[in-house]
Design a protein around this ligand. Structure first.
Ligand SMILES: NC(=O)c1ccc[n+]([C@@H]2O[C@H](COP(=O)([O-])OP(=O)(O)OC[C@H]3O[C@@H](n4cnc5c(N)ncnc54)[C@H](OP(=O)(O)O)[C@@H]3O)[C@@H](O)[C@H]2O)c1
Length: 289
């Protein structure tokens, strides 16, 4: 009998890629806050009762928590909701897993750093600047208090599903197709990460029973503006309508780390995961001849 894995946030960008990567080899419990084509079981991680009942009914051996409140400005607007989903929800999962002997893989973010001197190693000091970053960091600590748990930080996730709610790729493609001008920040640097590649890396972490703190991201560091240009090139769209803008001009509620991004050498050396540049990731997500 294969290990039973609980996936939370299964309808999300990363959750759906994870289900696809794991479903042939594991017994998956695909859960999200509501059921749908990607989630068979409704599980609100903010409810301790629902989490405990799921554990007693199904006894997962591994929990991969991709459920989160990911709207960064929304977190600043609604800090109580952020606290509930990004922190309390994780606490429920970690406690239930500890009681039943399961291990947890928690997905975190480079927003735990302030972006003053990235890209960052796992050993670099954290200094979150937003409610999102603070709640995700607190969740890391709760997760890592149990020695067999794993936290994987990632950044700028994008997936092959252009219908996803917050798809940067779709926004770029649809805007350029409609001949609309888009202004994209050229001072936020990260290493964009394809969900499919991240899911493959998590699968290896599950197989190897990896624990502790690890970073996973793409091979190439780029500004959001450079990323948008590569998207335009991949879809063979004119690039003249992509204009650079500074983050400060957007007047967003929550501060963004500027020199962010994640150095992934630990995960590469210890687990042998692969990282890919943006061009390869776009080709994997949206194959063109
Ligand atoms: N996206 C990025 O660029 C990025 C970067 C770094 C790290 N991360 C981290 O990576 C993980 C996955 O991100 P993602 O982009 O795949 O997120 P996503 O697409 O927003 O998916 C998150 C899923 O969790 C669900 N959810 C929200 N509240 C829940 C609750 N109380 N109980 C159960 N499910 C709930 C959401 O449902 P609704 O849609 O109905 O709310 C959604 O289906 C998160 O931990 C995120 O913090 C993401």
């Amino acid at each position: 009998m294969p290990d039973r894995i609980l996936i939370t946030g299964a309808a999300g960008q990363l959750g759906s890629a994870l289900c696809a990567a794991l479903e042939s080899e594991y017994d998956l419990l695909r859960t999200d806050i509501a059921t749908g084509p990607s989630a068979d079981i409704a599980l609100d991680i903010t409810s301790a009762h629902q989490v405990d009942r799921l554990f007693s009914d199904h006894q997962p051996a591994v929990v991969i928590n991709t459920a989160a409140f990911t709207d960064v400005d929304g977190n600043d607007r609604e800090p109580e909701t952020a606290q509930k989903i990004n922190l309390l929800g994780v606490e429920h999962l970690v406690e239930a897993a500890a009681r039943s002997g399961a291990r947890v893989i928690q997905i975190s973010t480079d927003y735990v750093f302030d972006g003053s001197n990235g890209p960052y190693l796992e050993t670099d000091p954290v200094n979150p600047q937003s409610v999102y970053g603070h709640t995700k960091l607190a969740a890391e600590k709760i997760t890592l208090a149990q020695g067999k748990n794993l936290v994987i930080r990632t950044n700028v996730l994008f997936g092959p599903d252009l219908t996803a709610r917050a798809s940067f790729v779709r926004w770029v493609v649809e805007s350029l197709q409609a001949d609309e001008t888009i202004r994209v920040v050229d001072d936020q640097i990260n290493n964009p990460t394809l969900t499919i590649h991240m899911a493959d890396a998590i699968k290896i972490a599950v197989e190897r029973e990896a624990a502790g703190l690890m970073h996973y991201g793409g091979l190439e560091f780029a500004s959001r503006y450079q990323f948008a240009r590569q998207i335009g090139e991949h879809f063979q769209l004119p690039l003249d309508n992509i204009l650079p803008i500074a983050t400060v001009e957007l007047k967003q509620l929550a501060p963004r780390p500027l020199n962010g991004g994640l150095i992934c050498s630990r995960m590469k050396m210890e687990l042998g995961v692969e990282n890919y540049n943006i061009r390869a990731a776009l080709q994997a997500a949206f194959p063109v001849n």
